[in-house]
Design a protein around this ligand. Structure first.
Ligand code: PMP
Length: 431
């Protein structure tokens, strides 16, 4: 494949944009370097780069793009919003409509508030939990990523882990001291931490199905125990469903596992590809938020008509029959096909999958927490990533990220991807 136009654009970008990218995960640092591919346009499950190369997209823009690129229903909603004004700085009825849609899909959201990003949504839940409990500490699971605000860039997964900076520079020691991290899926360590710090703990922050050191499901009963232990200590439970909301079911991970958090943060899919975040939860807790209460959060663009219209349209598409069954069916085919090709080539991998999202780990039998994901073979993944790219399969450039299917992927796309993986594994055995 020829990437010369991407390369020229990237050389130019390096002169103007720090690191050449506006989000660090987009650089190919996590896959041994190379020029990030510059996309030109997309349609459905495909996108085309500036050199004219076509790809099947499994990046899904790191999660939001579940209905494929340029979905006509969403495009129409955005285009209508563009024509009638994208921002007024006043409330609009779209905000009510969308808030009602979210509430009926996720019953624990007694009240919601829209933000512009997942980071803002999670950040505010932490502030509100501190305001509500009068406590400062939070506890999170190592390798989970909750956005780029100070408190959560401690043992963070996803981009920070990929770039070797799970503990970001620039975080005051005083902030880091209030953040406790424990391994995911380890109830005993969580319990011990809560025995020690429980009476200072404002909240536990949980990605109920992890998406940021690959897709990692909670062990049976883990989420329920975390809820019970936190509540016994008077701490709140915040679910970060920025990836998981509407990814695996029309609703959220909390419904899949039958566990109810006090607050939930969302983002990604609920914007249909436009910038968005949202948080919500128990009414008495949400009443801490201004203008009703003393915890401040605001946003010039928050609840803007374009993001609302796009989000509503996206959820309408996801309400169509059999969306999640089909994502699951294709996801299962992809998982089985990749495992089969790897085994034929004698390449040791394991696959974690939930519905239409999966992660392929090299050199491991199973991954159930961050340390196991971290121990997976990054060099092998990097080689696989570049070989797949050459075959026209676009994956996220990190061993810690998920592959995301969309409603537009077809059996033919899955066949082509399995075929490409077979070729990539075969090439790896020849190295
Ligand atoms: N929480 C989780 C679980 C995420 O995966 C992300 C983004 N990858 C965020 C929060 C931050 O969202 P945003 O990038 O929209 O700020």
């Amino acid at each position: 494949m020829n990437f010369s136009t991407s390369k020229a654009l990237h050389d130019e970008a390096l002169n103007h944009i720090v690191g050449g990218v506006n989000s660090p995960s987009r650089a190919y640092k996590g896959v041994g370097g190379g020029t990030p591919v510059y996309m030109d346009h997309g349609k459905g499950a495909y996108f085309w780069d500036v050199d004219g190369n076509q790809y099947i997209d499994y990046l899904g823009a790191y999660g939001p793009i579940i209905t494929g690129h340029g979905h006509p229903h969403i495009a129409e909603a955005i285009s209508n919003a563009a024509k009638t004004g994208v921002l007024y700085g006043t409330p609009t009825k779209l905000e009510n409509q969308f808030a009602k849609m979210l509430k009926s899909a996720i019953p624990s959201l007694e009240k919601v508030r829209f933000t512009n990003s997942g980071t803002e949504a999670v950040m505010t839940t932490v502030r509100v939990a501190r305001a509500y409990t009068g406590r400062n500490k939070i506890i999170k699971f190592s390798g989970s990523y909750h956005g780029h605000f100070d408190s959560v860039l401690v043992e963070a997964g996803s981009g920070p882990a990929t770039l070797g900076t799970p503990d970001s520079a620039g975080i005051p020691q005083s902030v880091a001291e209030d953040v406790i991290t424990v391994p995911f899926n380890d109830t005993d360590t969580f319990q011990k931490a809560m025995e020690r710090w429980g009476d200072e703990m404002a909240a536990v922050l949980v990605e109920p199905i992890v998406g940021n050191f690959g897709i990692v499901k909670p062990h049976d009963g883990f989420l329920k125990r975390v809820n019970d232990i936190a509540h016994d200590a008077g701490s709140l439970v915040i679910y970060d469903e920025v990836i998981t909301a509407f990814r695996f079911t029309y609703g959220s991970a909390q419904q899949i596992y039958g566990v109810t958090p006090d607050m939930t943060a969302m983002g990604k899919i609920i914007g249909g590809g436009l910038p968005i975040g949202a948080y919500g939860g128990r009414q008495d807790i949400m009443e801490q938020v201004a203008p009703l209460g003393p915890a401040y959060q605001s946003g010039t663009m928050a609840g803007n008509p374009a993001s609302m219209a796009s989000g509503i349209a996206c959820l309408e598409v996801l309400q169509e029959p059999r969306v999640y069954e089909e994502l699951d069916r294709l996801g299962e085919r992809l998982e089985n096909g990749i495992l089969e090709k790897a085994s034929e080539a004698g390449i040791p991998i394991s696959v974690n999958r939930m519905c239409g999202a999966l992660t392929v780990y090299f050199g491991t039998d199973s991954v159930e927490n961050y340390d196991e994901a971290d121990a997976s073979d990054g060099d092998a993944f990097a080689r696989f990533f570049h070989l797949m790219l050459e075959e026209g399969i676009n994956l996220a450039p990190s061993k810690f990220e998920a592959w995301f299917l969309t409603t537009e992927h077809t059996d033919e796309d899955i066949n082509a991807t399995i075929e490409a993986a077979g070729k990539a594994f075969a090439a790896m055995t020849e190295d």
